[in-house]
Design a protein around this ligand. Sequence first.
Ligand code: PLP
Length: 406
Amino acid sequence: MATQQDAVTRANFDDVILPIYAPAEFIPVKGKGSRVWDQQGKEYVDFAGGIAVTALGHCHPALVETLKTQGETLWHTSNVFTNEPALRLARKLIDATFAERVVFMNSGTEANETAFKLARFYASTRHSPYKTKIIAFHNAFHGRSLFTVSVGGQPKYSDGFGPKPADIIHVPFNDLHAVKAVMDDHTCAVVVEPIQGEGGVTAATPDFLKGLRELCDQHNALLVFDEVQCGMGRSGELFAYMHYGVTPDILTSAKALGGGFPISAMLTTHDIASVFHAGSHGSTYGGNPLACAVAGTAFDIINTPEVLSGVNEKRQLFVKHLQQIGEKFDLFSDIRGMGLLIGAELKPHYKGRARDFLYAAADEGVMVLNAGPDVMRFVPSLIIDAQDIEEGMKRFADAVAKVVNG
Ligand SMILES: *Cc1c(COP(=O)(O)O)cnc(C)c1O
């Protein structure tokens, strides 16, 4: 019989896991801060952060301490009972944002699913059962359930799964005229990432978000901000909406919210929340004490001036290095994003090759990401230190040299 001690290698992946991923050839086994080690003991600098998740690096002592303490106290009770960590975390989120009510789920997908169901329910309860149209954007990413892939703007993720939820319309991002052309009183919600992450690291323009707010107000539609990737400090503010001075009606958070422990949240106002009643929606694990305790500790660390103001200092270091690498190798046509959500678009002669640079970077000992085929993406820990940035960028430059020189 197999035991936990049996040796496993990357080769086992194809024999036991669904082929929905093509993971790198090595297996990480240990992490500390912004460094990770694989089975062979090789060390990596982590600029990927588990896809914008480990915002305080790996095994942050305060998170480990909370995990251990709560782990020895109470893990799970279901939502038949509430629990102290969930109530404390909800209070923190409410005190720090526009929100008056919060609900916890386990993933970005579920937080968005909750948001879209709430928007539809609110419109049909308060206005009309025909007010169901959702306006969303090309290249948007909102998760992988059938509803959330359908609101997402990348048909390759939603095609082939049978009939899609109806009355969802996609228009170009940052194009207010396109929104105006389809906006009407049957619209229940406009759903947008203030900074598109998966779709290529593109920030909304301030005029665009302000315009969406006005259109939603004119047509009694809800403005939903998906801050699953750009929220929780990544932009340099606690949430990206704070940069723009545009307040949504519903906001979703996940990824960095738990610092690596699965948890998500949907934030809204008392008025909107009040259309739901006991039984309208739910989740077995959502708001469990273990996740909420860890997220509470992560929140207390991230929501401090030291961490938030550090984000932009670190961004400047990243951008400086990327500009140097870009010039040296004639590599990037644009370096963009906000805070520590950084995108570097490849020049036309390297188009489609983001994955080659990613794999070469891992070979050189630095984990980076792509955002589509043409954009390199950097979403490190918000507290990564200057030394790790220097070392990781040195390795990234070596990787680029290898790809460029064939
Ligand atoms: C990652 C992501 C999601 C999905 O989150 P999961 O936790 O993978 O379900 C949704 N929206 C945005 C903007 C994301 O970046």
